[in-house]
Design a protein around this ligand. Structure first.
Ligand code: FDA
Length: 302
């Protein structure tokens, strides 16, 4: 199966297809995992999730940004999203990617964009999560986080279990609200576990550490084995429900999302929206080739 995974990860990195896909509209089944191409559509999707007691984290999709103009447009759109959260009084916060805001162009330019976003979010008491991308961007992203934390306390980030160094990072950033994930990019064996069993074992280790020692833990996974393990672990260790939440991506395991919220757990859905859906969707196909059924349904049920 790993050739399928590598194939989709390869496609996710193809910049030509990525640019082309923006002109297609939401295609190939992406519409079931992307909550619309614009802010009004996205807000409607969030209102429906909020009705189930599910909060949301909003991702304005975008990658491969190498032009300042494009990064500025992305920043403006995120500022509009923050305004929309406030105006519509929805239960939601922001997820963003440093490369979309210019990290590959110029560090200080990216930092300035992030500061503008943080300032606006803080004025409305909205939390901002910095998503983590591939290994090349790991340290620069932590540098941005360190810099922003000097002025803002409404920021957190992601720890990816496949990286060897995540054990150190979870300790260093224990006073932050952290989302813990397995890791979605193709990484070298010099920096990351390759074997699923090793990644899963490290994932549980990191989750346990942050639940016991950290500020607030977002356990982001569709893996019911992990979810069941966490439910047992928090019970055994008297960790109250306000110290953690489960997170899943929009459109995945919808019944389980609602079930967990109904059981009284905090639940947050990651809601991607926008025209730049291609790389995000290809990574989802890489993770779970069964998601290909989304594509075949779209192609054959015309
Ligand atoms: P995984 O894909 O390992 O599946 C394990 C098992 O769970 C499967 O064998 C199956 O039994 C079950 N399962 C999984 N999906 C299912 C489905 N749809 N239906 C039924 N059963 C299913 N990555 C990153 O590098 N940086 C980031 O910032 C983020 N952010 C992020 C936010 C959120 C909210 C989520 C959920 C994920 C991320 N990720 C991420 C992606 C993450 O790193 C990881 O690639 C995916 O979540 C896939 O791993 P899982 O833990 O979900 O299960």
């Amino acid at each position: 199966m790993s050739w399928i995974k590598n194939f989709f990860l390869y496609l996710s990195e193809n910049q030509m297809l990525n640019k082309g896909a923006r002109r297609w509209g939401l295609k190939l089944g992406a519409q079931s995992v992307v909550a619309g191409t614009n802010i009004p559509e996205m807000i409607e999707s969030i209102k429906k999730l909020n009705q189930h007691g599910i909060s949301c984290t909003i991702d304005n999709l975008g990658e491969f940004v190498f032009e300042k103009e494009e990064a500025t447009q992305a920043k403006e759109e995120i500022l509009r999203v923050i305004e929309a959260i406030h105006e519509h009084e929805v239960d939601a916060h922001i997820s963003l990617k440093p490369t979309q805001l210019g990290l590959d162009i110029d560090y200080d330019f990216c930092l300035a964009n992030l500061k503008e976003i943080m300032e606006k979010a803080k004025s409305y008491d909205i939390f901002v999560n910095m998503d983590m991308e591939d290994y090349d961007h790991l340290q620069p992203s932590f540098d941005l986080l360190d810099e922003l934390s000097k002025e803002y306390d409404n920021i957190g980030t992601v720890i990816q279990a496949y990286f060897f160094e995540s054990v150190d990072n979870i300790q260093k950033y224990k006073d932050y609200r952290l989302r813990i994930v397995k890791g979605a990019y193709k990484e070298s064996e010099t920096v990351a576990y390759q074997d699923k069993a090793d990644i899963d074992a490290n994932f549980l280790k990191l989750i346990e550490y942050h639940l016991l020692n950290g500020k607030f833990t977002s356990i982001a996974t569709h893996d019911h084995h992990v979810i069941d393990y966490v439910k047992k672990f928090v019970k055994e260790n008297n960790i109250s429900n306000d110290k953690f939440e489960f997170q899943m991506l929009y459109g995945f395991r919808k019944d389980l999302q609602i079930e967990l919220a109904n059981e009284g757990y905090k639940f947050c859905t990651y809601v991607p929206f926008g025209e730049d859906w291609y790389g995000y969707f290809m990574r989802r196909l890489a993770e779970r080739p069964q998601n290909l059924s989304l594509v075949t349904k779209q192609v054959f049920n015309k």
